[in-house]
Design a protein around this ligand. Structure first.
Ligand code: SER
Length: 318
């Protein structure tokens, strides 16, 4: 990795991956590209930033050519709940955007990181210890686009030799940029509400257990996989990765240990509850652990401690 392009750089993952890659590979060697959200000053001042709509193939090609890109972290995507509201739009961004990235990678010889998701599974998938290779019949448009994405990455690797790699992320928890439009967003919202109001009304039922991960581990997974010797990778795409399997009640309990007056209520959103119930409760990520050394650092208590510490100082900052 010498010249890196990050699409979706203003999003939840991109806004944290960009500074880590810039610190590692040099500010000028990491080009951040965003579209929907305004970039914050840190992103635009610390290195190159451009506006890029991944649905426009010549625009993707032009950015890669201009900067001599050799590696693309393709993070631009709509999340699950918003994709259910705008299914055609989700297909356009999540699938057509990926095809544009893969075509450019083919002609310009780039490696590609593609984040798939727990959403790539469905109600027929074993929900506990979900195997790496198993039934994938998602019932959401988001999940359909993620399965397509995994398959397209595999296809471009097999037929055109494009170095594609990727993981299936669980719900991601972070304090820097909110996710927006996902089913697992509650796990971020709950911290803001706890610190601001000492109360949170959760849109998923108390015992809805899903895989989750703290953002530093998610960033580590992406970089570790892309830096790993490609010849030793067997699956390459769609690696199950997880750090904790938790419910809203578990997170609330852990927050309450640190903020004793925190209370939680439940006002269920049937759409997102339905989506959550179609996803795994706990993925088996032993293939990622064995193939490329995946290992998370943050469990539930460590994540909650760190979230509260960082978010408190952000929320009280002038
Ligand atoms: N966090 C995502 C969502 O809820 C799942 O990958 O849509």
């Amino acid at each position: 990795m010498k010249k890196i392009l990050i699409t979706g750089a203003t999003g939840q993952i991109g806004s944290e991956l960009t500074p880590v890659l810039r610190a590692k590979y040099g500010n000028q060697n990491v080009i951040a590209a965003g579209h929907r959200r305004e970039p914050d000053a840190e992103l635009t001042e610390s290195g190159p930033f451009c506006s890029l709509d991944v649905r426009v193939a010549p625009a993707v090609e032009a950015v890669v050519a201009k900067h001599g890109i050799d590696t693309i972290f393709h993070l631009a995507s709509l999340l699950s709940a918003v994709a259910e509201q705008k299914p055609q739009h989700a297909w356009d961004i999540n699938v057509n955007g990926l095809i544009n990235v893969l075509e450019t990678a083919r002609t310009r010889n780039c490696s590609v990181f593609f984040p798939s998701s727990i959403g790539a599974f469905g109600p027929l998938t074993p929900a506990d210890d979900t195997p790496q290779d198993t039934i994938q019949h998602p019932t959401t448009m988001y999940g359909i686009t993620k399965v397509c994405g995994e398959l397209l990455c595999g296809y471009y690797q097999k037929h055109f030799g494009v170095d594609t790699r990727g993981v299936r992320y669980p719900g991601l928890i972070s304090y820097r940029t909110p996710p927006g439009g996902g089913t697992t967003d509650y796990a971020v919202e709950i911290f803001y509400a706890a610190l601001k109001n000492r109360h949170y009304d959760c849109f998923l039922k108390a015992d809805t257990r899903l895989d989750m991960m703290y953002m530093p581990d998610a960033i580590d997974a992406a970089i570790r996989l892309m830096e790993f010797d490609g010849k030793r990778l067997i699956h390459r795409n769609g690696y199950n990765v997880t750090a904790m399997s938790v419910s809203p009640a578990d997170i609330a309990r852990e927050i309450k240990k640190r903020l004793p007056d925190f209370t939680v209520g439940y006002r269920i959103d049937p759409v997102r509850q339905g989506i959550a119930e179609s996803w795994p409760r706990h993925m088996d990520d032993s293939v990622a652990r064995n193939e490329w050394g995946w290992k998370p650092q943050f469990d539930l208590p460590a994540m909650v401690e760190d979230m509260i510490r960082h978010l408190s100082s952000r929320l009280t900052a002038p």
